[in-house]
Design a protein around this ligand. Structure first.
Ligand code: GDP
Ligand code: MN
Length: 422
């Protein structure tokens, strides 16, 4: 449900990177250097590069990989875009630097272990644990290329723009007429005509068009075979030697296909993810972290969405989307409640359960058991209704926990908003 609505947002507003990434961590996102390696295997042109995680590795990397280079591109590896224009919390400007070879150690030292804040990371930023050293290409032109899944055509769609380098949101605003979309028939696969349309949209100035068509087909091949949900190359660039090169890439993979791609899913870097979502994924909970102040525990995606809406209606903001589902165990409820209580943002918790398959007494026992393990620092508003509601209410009452009870969803949301602000 939530997935569907974010996808819709993507196809409507071109918000491929930005907010989506913060909210959609349940699809695998890999680092640039890992994506480059994968693309290289598919015969896609990528800059020569090597990822390192300490300054000590610089000298050897330069000797082995770049014996003849004068300049290198040093790129912070974080799972967010906009690095070029980002700023480190240390004050250093730019997460991507082009420097002389003898300055690589210095700039690497200034990036590693530091927090980089970009348009896409949120104000808390992301830690740089690796930098990617790349050969510096002489770029004559930067363009935009992406493949994603489109609801309207119910299949893959290729998006291209003859201008690139800056985010697609900015491109869509500045050059709406230069963006072309080419849907691909997923059963037929990409045709020469499709690929030629894409290349016409990219409108390379010096790159050989036939080999550009071949590159587009290879990119599409990777997208399908690896079950990508997004392959965004920004910039896809042309070099003075007439080549099309993937100079930066963001690859996302469908986690429903994880069983087919164990090697890729082993690349998950949880240090870059929202710790609340990492914990939720471990407990197999349907959870998305948001930045409001009311923690929600709800059963059913629809009810969870409605709960978030009604919180908003009463002037509050949800700290998360959480659907404990119809068949959650008491243990999952405990984990869910722990995630909510350990979240510093959360000023009040709203439990909204409409017991159907999910039984109210399971939820109640989960809450009581969680409260034994973690200190409850914020008010909890509970609205229980449906299957085993009386047992549920009794369990809560006998626990002696201080709870605010509510009769219906409206009442519950109002009380939660009030509790959060007092
Ligand atoms: P992002 O800001 O996170 O999207 O990081 P990118 O990898 O896209 O790098 C930002 C910008 O650095 C690119 O748009 C290019 O303008 C520039 N850049 C990256 N690699 C090279 C390179 O090899 N040569 C040159 N001249 N510029 C580069
Ligand atoms: Mn980029």
């Amino acid at each position: 449900m939530v997935r569907g609505s974010f996808r819709r947002l993507v196809s409507q507003s071109f918000s491929i990177a930005g907010k989506w990434q913060q909210q959609q961590l349940r699809r695998l996102n890999i680092h640039e250097y890992q994506g480059a390696e994968l693309m290289n295997k598919y015969g896609i042109n990528v800059p020569r590069g090597v990822a390192i995680s300490s300054v000590d590795e610089v000298k050897k990397a330069v000797r082995d990989v770049f014996p003849n280079e004068n300049e290198l591109v040093v790129k912070s590896q974080i799972l967010a875009g906009g690095r070029g224009l980002g700023t480190f919390k240390s004050g250093l400007k730019g997460g991507v630097h082009v420097v002389k070879v003898d300055q690589v150690e210095e700039i690497t030292g200034k990036m590693l272990g530091q927090i980089l804040v970009t348009k896409q990371t949120g104000p808390q930023g992301k830690i740089v644990s690796k930098v990617y050293l790349c050969e510096k290409l002489s770029l004559v032109n930067e363009m935009y290329f992406a493949i994603t899944l489109d609801r309207t055509t119910a299949g893959p769609i290729i998006i291209a723009c003859s201008k690139g380098g800056t985010s697609i949101e900015d491109l869509a605003e500045k050059y709406p007429d230069m963006i072309i979309k080419v849907p691909v028939d997923v059963f037929k696969g990409i045709t020469d005509e499709d690929a030629a349309k894409v290349v016409a949209g990219l409108d390379p100035k010096v790159a050989d068009r036939q080999s550009a068509i071949d590159q587009v087909k290879k990119l599409y091949g990777l997208f399908c075979e690896q079950d990508c949900t997004l392959l965004e190359i920004n910039p896809i660039a042309e070099t003075s030697d007439h080549k099309l090169v993937a100079a930066d890439a963001k690859l996302n993979f469908d986690d429903n296909a994880a069983f087919r791609h164990k090697d890729i899913f082993a690349l998950r870097d949880t240090s870059q993810e929202d710790p609340r979502e990492v914990a939720a994924a471990k407990a197999d909970l349907n959870y998305i972290g948001l930045d409001g102040e009311i923690g929600c525990m709800v059963n059913g995606a629809g009810l969870a969405m409605a709960t978030m809406d009604i919180i908003k209606l009463h002037g509050g903001t949800p700290a998360n989307f959480l659907d404990v589902g119809g068949s959650a165990s008491e243990n999952q409820v405990v984990e869910a409640f722990k995630i909510l209580t350990s979240d510093e943002r959360v000023k009040a918790i709203l439990v909204n359960i409409f017991g159907g398959i999910m039984k109210c007494d399971i939820i109640a026992s989960g809450i009581v058991n969680a409260a034994k393990e973690v200190a409850l620092k914020v008010p909890v508003v509970v609205r229980l209704e449906g299957t085993n509601v009386d047992q549920g209410k009794r369990i809560l009452k006998e626990s002696g926990m201080k709870l605010i009870t509510a009769d219906d969803l409206d009442d519950a949301a109002e009380k939660a908003v009030q509790a959060a602000s007092s």
